[in-house]
Design a protein around this ligand. Structure first.
Ligand SMILES: *Cc1c(COP(=O)(O)O)cnc(C)c1O
Length: 475
């Protein structure tokens, strides 16, 4: 063994203590850490011929990057839909790396941990027992996996085995959706179906949810033609939900695949007050749910649930590897999802679900929604802002109270200034043709005091912008 390895092996306990104390110090500051920091141009780095050992590497890391670490996992990072990390999830994540087990093989405990975690999640979400679930790296890969399985199904409808003949053997692929997440088009590109396969259906007036009568009309115009429908269960701008019960009813009469993208909206199912939003989703052929969003486990984890293990097997089987045996007989996760080897991605979720239970998740989800609604109310009352959509769940979609002329420029300037100050992070969007701002609240740490701080900050920066623009107008 190389001398530096040997040294670190002998020092392992001390190293773990040092790492824990470094992590602890970071987390003790997370409420105050800036959520956004500019980085300098780091000087080029060289691969040392002789390593410095882990303790020195930690010190070197801290010297080089420590001052630029941001509070993305903190209570006021409202960009994208970024959850934090619960204490128990962190325990699970550390241990996942510690054990370094690949949860593929049925004979290993790591396999049982993933299966058990999937069972816990089905209970949290009220998803049917018969669905097969597995962990993937994020909702994009989950959408990809669901749509790859849908593609195989579509092939069967046309008498084609897509896994063998390829996507080019398919005729007329139509993937319908009203307000699909950007990752749906990305998945269609990766699947060789092409972004053009996406057919956008109209939404209900003033909404992001599909107009189900438009779906019905499309079906009437294409009698008997099998297709894929991608339902939104939580759009990113206004967390709008397609009427899944109405779509499920259509599915009884017509031949289509229903994929539900419930990346974060799925967590409405954890609360009796909001679970009606998902009514009908149990009829889906495939369901995407992210874990690194509202489950508050670290990146990178999401789940795919499907009702069609055999179609999944056709797509993803790692066939021909003799050492794995017959995939139809020996269940092994590698035959049902894109990756072969994986980390024990379920462990953070297992820990967090056991630690906080249904009640903990219900409370967190309801608390985040309450805080988002509070922020929405304050924005609505403010002279400087305009709320663009009702706060349905955990996202507040708003803009500056400004005449349409120059609104886009002002929003851009506002966001630049706000995010640079680093107290809160929000992201730009377009909502119904208007330059908008969105704040997503899905972190277990966020409290009402954070909303107070954020509102004050929003007002300060908006006043600043108004002041600047008055100077410009007067010159
Ligand atoms: C975040 C999100 C995705 C993509 O998730 P990643 O985890 O970033 O891959 C897909 N769909 C919806 C609705 C999302 O909110």
């Amino acid at each position: 063994m190389n001398a530096t390895f040997r040294h670190d092996l002998l020092q392992l306990n001390e190293l773990l203590q040092q790492t824990a104390s470094y992590a602890g110090s970071f987390l003790s500051r997370i409420n105050e850490l800036k959520v956004n920091l500019p980085v300098p141009s780091f000087p080029a780095t060289v691969l040392p011929e002789k390593g410095m050992g882990a303790e020195a590497a930690l010190e070197h890391f801290d010297n080089r990057f420590g001052d630029y670490l941001t509070g993305n996992a903190g209570p006021r990072y409202f960009g994208f839909v970024t959850g934090g990390v619960t204490p128990a999830a962190l325990t699970g994540d550390w241990l996942a790396a510690t054990f370094d087990m690949n949860p593929a093989d049925k004979s290993a405990v790591s396999f049982h941990i993933e299966t058990e975690t999937i069972d816990l999640l089905k209970q949290l979400f009220g998803l049917p027992d018969e669905m097969l679930g597995s962990f993937v790296s994020g909702a994009t890969m989950s959408n990809f996996t669901g749509l790859a399985t849908a593609r195989q199904w579509l092939g069967r409808q046309q008498g084609v085995d897509v896994d063998i003949a390829g996507a080019s053997a398919l005729k007329d692929v139509k993937v319908l959706a009203a307000t699909p997440h950007s990752s749906i088009a990305k998945a269609l590109s990766m699947l060789g179906l092409g972004r053009n396969a996406l057919v956008k259906l109209p939404t209900l007036p003033g909404r992001e949810a599909v107009d189900v009568s438009a779906l019905q009309a499309w079906i009437n115009a294409h009698p008997g033609e099998p297709f894929i429908y991608v339902a939104s269960a939580g759009t990113v701008n206004t967390v709008d939900f397609d009427d899944l019960a109405a779509i499920a009813a259509l599915k009884k009469e017509h031949n289509f695949w229903l994929h539900v993208d419930a990346a974060f909206g799925g967590f409405a199912a954890a609360s009796p007050r909001y679970k009606h939003l998902l009514r009908g989703w149990e009829a889906a052929d495939s369901v995407t749910i992210d874990a690194h969003k509202w489950l508050n486990v670290p990146y990178d984890a999401a789940m795919i649930f499907t009702r069609h293990p055999l179609l999944q097997l056709a797509v993803f089987q790692n066939a021909g590897a003799a050492y794995l045996g017959d995939p139809a007989e020996n269940f092994n996760y590698i035959n049902y999802a894109p990756e072969n080897s994986r980390r024990l991605r379920s462990l953070p979720a297992w820990f967090s679900l056991k630690a906080y239970g249904a009640e903990g998740y219900r409370d967190m989800v309801e608390q985040n929604i309450r805080l988002a609604q509070l922020l929405g109310e304050r924005i609505q009352k403010s002279e400087r802002f305009q709320l663009l959509a009702p706060v349905r769940l955990c996202v507040v979609c708003f803009t500056l109270n400004h005449e349409p002329r120059m609104l886009a420029e002002h929003v851009q300037l506002f966001l630049q200034k706000l995010n640079k100050r680093g107290l809160v992070y929000v992201t730009p969007t377009q909502y119904q043709g208007v330059s908008a701002i969105r704040a997503a609240l899905v972190n277990w740490r966020t409290t009402e005091q954070d909303i107070d701080k954020v509102m004050e900050e929003l007002e300060t920066v908006a006043a600043d912008i108004a002041h600047l623009s008055a100077i410009i107008e007067n010159n």
